[in-house]
Design a protein around this ligand. Structure first.
Ligand SMILES: [Zn+2]
Length: 314
């Protein structure tokens, strides 16, 4: 009997050791996984070169951490590296004619991610073992070993997790988000930030047909920040996923009617209870609805003109 216990114990500890070796956690949330944002890096085409994969992710992460929503101060985020071997030829590929658009077999990426964390608030980032610059957004974020990879990853998480649209003006710019104000709404969504000197209003997004704020990694991969307008939207996502605002969001508590009111208002921004003690709330909601009707009509028109919603390597 004693022998059986020892065997069982050895087996269990070997299993958990195998899992801990396979799942390298490089950032830990103070909350449960259900109340955290969970980023999982998986590798494609690294074969058994798992130390090389880990080193690549750690190098990328040091650059990613310079962006406010991923900074070391954020304590409601987990980050894992799944050190499990993948097919040597990988499960991602460039899709011509857009060479820099790299897409992956999502099922395989998920199966690797499953080894370290469940599906709660999970964001999968695939690093495809290639020096080519490229990537994609969508259900998962994809990038490579290229020096541009950290910026690409931040940009793609901007799409997948933070629900932001591309702000660059090429005709293949994709997605919809609160960061591209329509022709009718223009920059009214962040006028309070403009008044506070934290944002600008300029034409941008697909075909220069909308309005956005500068600077922003959603517009230019050389930028080193999301900009305040996007960061405030990101605060709403954190609140929705983790139940709290990260510390950097304090900047926006004194802007307009405050964050709870902002995150509760209209459109693509996640809804939270708005501030019931604010007497202007119903008036604001009425105008916000009116604006949304205008914006929706405008966006539907734009979409019927240009149906391309793919987000490319930028
Ligand atoms: Zn994009």
């Amino acid at each position: 009997m004693k022998k059986l216990f020892i065997t069982l114990f050895t087996l269990l500890s070997t299993l958990s050791f195998a899992q801990s070796r396979e799942c390298v956690k490089i950032k830990s949330s103070k909350n449960s996984e259900g109340q955290s944002i969970n980023l999982v890096f998986v590798g494609s085409a690294f074969g058994s070169q798992l130390n090389q994969f880990e080193a690549t992710v750690r190098r990328h992460w040091r650059a990613i951490e310079r962006f406010t929503p991923f900074s070391p101060q954020i304590n409601t985020m987990n980050v894992w590296i799944v050190k499990a071997s993948s097919p040597t030829d990988g499960f991602c590929a460039s899709s011509s004619p857009i060479e820099r658009l790299i897409t992956c077999d999502i099922t395989k990426a998920k199966a690797l991610a499953d080894r370290c964390t469940s599906q709660t608030n999970r964001e999968i980032i695939v690093i495809h073992n290639s020096d080519q610059h490229g990537g994609s957004g969508g259900e998962i974020s994809v990038s490579t070993n290229s020096p541009y990879a950290p910026a690409t990853i931040v940009h793609e998480i901007g799409h997948t997790l933070f629900k932001l649209a591309d702000e660059y003006t090429r005709s293949d710019a994709g997605g919809r988000g609160p960061n591209c104000g329509g022709q009718f709404r223009q920059c009214s969504g962040w006028q309070d930030l403009i008044d506070a000197g934290l944002a600008t209003c300029e034409s941008g997004c697909r075909n220069n047909s909308k309005f956005t704020s500068s600077p922003s990694i959603m517009r230019d991969l050389n930028e080193t920040s999301f900009g305040h307008m996007n960061q405030r939207n990101i605060c709403c996502i954190f609140k929705q996923k983790t139940g709290e605002y990260p510390r950097f969001c304090q900047t926006y508590q004194n802007i307009g009617a405050g964050l709870d009111s902002y995150c509760g208002a209209g459109g693509s921004i996640p809804s939270n209870p708005s501030n019931p003690s604010d007497p202007n709330e119903s008036v604001r909601r009425f105008f916000s609805r009116l604006r949304n009707v205008g914006q929706n009509l405008n966006e539907r028109l734009n979409e019927s003109l240009n149906n391309n919603q793919t987000s490319g390597g930028n």
